[in-house]
Design a protein around this ligand. Structure first.
Ligand SMILES: Cc1ncc(C[n+]2csc(CCOP(=O)(O)OP(=O)(O)O)c2C)c(N)n1
Ligand SMILES: CC(=O)[C@@H](O)[C@H](O)COP(=O)(O)O
Ligand SMILES: [Mg+2]
Length: 638
């Protein structure tokens, strides 16, 4: 076990103030070792945190957190920050149920002034804190400086530029640290990424400390004493004419983000002298200091638990292909026969399986960078231009492109195909990444077709359905993780739009499932069978259009109807209830229940544990059936 004598003494960032620079360098080494050790036990986002160890130490050593608001963009790099800010004793509970979140979270610590997990929000939030300070907002602790740390991947998003534009205009003192490691999750794409590289391609990384000393010695005496404003000095060492300067920021850099001496010097100087918006460009290495991460293609972006020495991850063997892989392979199969099919990801090529698609069709896959809004409208344009775009996004990230879905896709009835991965509760990433809302926010849009796959074979057919459907937008959703292990069809066959399927015929109660809760429903039926209750089970397949005929028939022939879906209220069950109400079914006494995600944000745990919190696993379905039939209260029926 690595010794961490200095880190052991750090309870809060205030303890850093008594360390000299040599000790801070040692502290950084200990912090890196502790981060690697903790993530080897918990799994999680490793590479990004290792890249900002020195930056984390320097910022906490120089600034006065939590009075100064330190805002980590995405915040997947926040583990070293958590260790320094009083959470080391719980760091080995990261991403576990009842443990620390893998992201910054306001409710977790005063050192997390702003929560994140979706990217590119930090500059807006920092500007908000800055203007609150200017206007006398004084929460506890009183407002100091705002510092946003944003990665080169995240700064590619429109929102970051909206914030820079606004901050440059307002001209108040605030700090943006651009952490440039030339990586997103995958290598970053796009002109912005090339631009950042061009800023320093022909120039050595600045040794600002030396350069500043040189600059000062060239100044006349009085100025040596009183070069009061940072920009008076900084213009001697910055690379002139950057985009950031055009937007109203003072640009400083690029500097070596692993050279703690320089970081300390730069931040001390800026803290003392800056009076305008400052952008400090630091170059770092994702995965720094841990060879298995440094050497990996993703620089150790996210890891399962791993062996400290070898870096080998402990992954449980899979029994079925992942939904993501099934989607990608189905799309590849379809695209072999249809050259109009193209696919779009917003910086998640591996996560969406489109890296596989790109291997087959490099010219037909577009990674638009972290730019979901643009990605959706780009697809709308592709569709208007006669292509068949598959917009492959996680449910949670599609949220960012919602106006584009409404305004650019739905209103124009353009046939964009939305492949929505990570539907439902996702596990360790927690509430920020839950795919809870897509059914609700898509099925209310006129002309949208909305499907959910009950298993991986269904997904194959839904991909085929989406290819065939050219009359407006269509979406299909599927969860994170592996499939059910069902037999796979030889090829996808388009489904009839708006038609569900019967799974088993029973009596008294019908369970209408939308999505992969079907497996839990069938488990519940086993248990109910032992109690003499045999529910009818149907797979709705479509939340929109609904299979009216099937639903009304189920309502007519059963005493009770229960819907279940991996989504929030306002989705499938709400549409079914609306149909039943409109058709007057409730006038005749149908007992109806809808099982949806509860009206809370569910914290991280395993997906199963999260569905326990949501009361949506087999025992809960069983209990719901018993309740609706009035059996639970009366004891066992004969
Ligand atoms: C809106 C949004 N889209 C996608 C993601 C998924 N995502 C998380 S981290 C990341 C890469 C971020 O790159 P960068 O900002 O450079 O940080 P690094 O990991 O390189 O430190 C992406 C795409 C996200 N969190 N938010
Ligand atoms: C931080 C972030 O947003 C991603 O790294 C996310 O954690 C990926 O999730 P998956 O593991 O489901 O791809
Ligand atoms: Mg990066």
């Amino acid at each position: 076990m690595t010794q961490t004598p200095l880190l052991d003494k750090v309870k809060t960032p205030a303890d850093l103030k008594s360390l000299n620079d040599r000790e801070l360098r040692q502290l950084a080494d200990e912090l890196r070792a502790e981060t690697i050790s903790a993530v080897s036990e918990t799994g999680g986002h490793l590479g990004a945190g290792l890249g900002v160890v020195e930056l984390t130490v320097a910022l906490h050593a120089v600034f006065d957190t939590p009075r100064d608001r330190l805002i980590w963009d995405v915040s997947h790099q926040c583990y070293p920050h958590k260790i320094l800010t009083g959470r080391r004793d719980r760091i080995r509970t990261l991403r576990q149920q009842d443990g620390l979140s893998g992201f910054t979270k306001r409710s977790e610590s005063p050192y997390d002034p702003f929560g994140a997990a979706h990217s590119s929000t930090s500059i807006s939030a920092a500007l908000g804190f800055t203007m609150a300070r200017e206007l006398g907002g004084a929460p506890d602790p009183a407002l100091g400086d705002a510092i946003a740390v944003i990665g080169d991947g995240s700064i590619s998003a429109g929102m970051a530029f909206e914030a820079l534009n606004n901050a440059g205009h307002l001209g108040k003192r605030m700090f943006v640290v651009l952490n440039d490691n030339e990586m997103s999750i995958a290598p970053p794409t796009g002109a912005m990424s090339s631009y950042l590289s061009r800023i320093y391609v022909d120039k050595p990384v600045q040794d600002l400390k030396q350069a500043m000393k040189g600059a000062i010695s060239l100044l006349p005496g009085p100025f040596q004493e009183g070069a009061r404003r940072a920009k008076d000095l900084l213009k001697h060492v910055t690379v002139g004419g950057t985009l950031f300067e055009e937007l109203g920021f003072n640009y400083l850099g690029p500097i070596d983000g692993h050279d703690l001496d320089q970081l300390l010097w730069v931040f001390r100087t800026l803290r003392e002298r800056a009076d305008e918006p400052m952008l400090v460009h630091v170059l770092t290495q994702k995965g720094k200091g841990y060879a298995p991460a440094e050497g990996a293609a993703d620089r150790g972006h996210a890891r399962a638990k791993f062996d400290l020495v070898t870096g080998k991850q402990h992954k449980s063997p899979s029994n079925a292909p992942s939904y993501t892989k099934v989607f990608a392979e189905s799309l590849i199969a379809q695209a072999q026969n249809d050259d109009k099919i193209v696919a779009v990801t917003a910086a998640m090529p591996d996560g969406t399986g489109l890296d596989l698609f790109a291997k087959h069709f490099p010219k037909r896959m577009f990674d638009v960078a972290i730019a979901e809004q643009h990605g959706v409208t780009f697809c709308a344009g592709l569709a208007a231009g006669g292509m068949k775009p598959f917009c492959a996004m996680y449910s949670t990230f599609l949220q960012r492109g919602y106006d584009q879905v409404v305004h650019d896709v739905a209103i124009q009835r353009l046939p964009v195909r939305f492949a929505i991965d990570r539907a439902g509760l996702v596990g360790a990433d927690g509430a920020t990444h839950a795919g809870s809302y897509d059914v609700a926010f898509l099925a209310n849009l006129p002309g949208f077709v909305v499907m959910a796959a009950a298993d991986e074979a269904e997904l194959v057919h839904m991909v085929a359905t989406a290819v065939a459907h050219d009359d407006g937008p269509i979406a299909f959703r599927f969860p994170r993780g592996e499939g059910e292990g069902v037999e796979m069809p030889a090829k996808g066959v388009p489904l009839e739009i708006g038609k569900g399927r019967m799974i088993r015929q029973g009596k008294r109660v019908a369970i209408l499932s939308f999505g992969t809760r079907l497996g839990e429903v069938l488990k519940a039926c086993e248990a109910l069978g032992a109690k003499g209750i045999t529910p009818t089970v149907a797979d709705a397949r479509f939340a929109k259009p609904l299979d009216r005929e099937m639903i009304l028939e189920l309502a007519r022939t059963h005493e009770a109807l229960i819907t279940i879906e991996e989504g929030a209220v306002g989705g499938f069950g709400s549409h079914v209830a609306q149909l039943l109400a409109d058709e007057g079914v409730f006038d005749h006494g149908l007992k109806y229940r809808s099982m949806v995600l509860p009206d809370i944000f569910i914290d991280q745990a395993s997906p199963r544990a999260m569905y326990d919190v949501a009361a949506m696993n087999a025992p809960h379905i069983e209990a719901k059936v018993l309740e609706v039939l009035g059996v639970a209260q009366m004891g066992k029926r004969a």
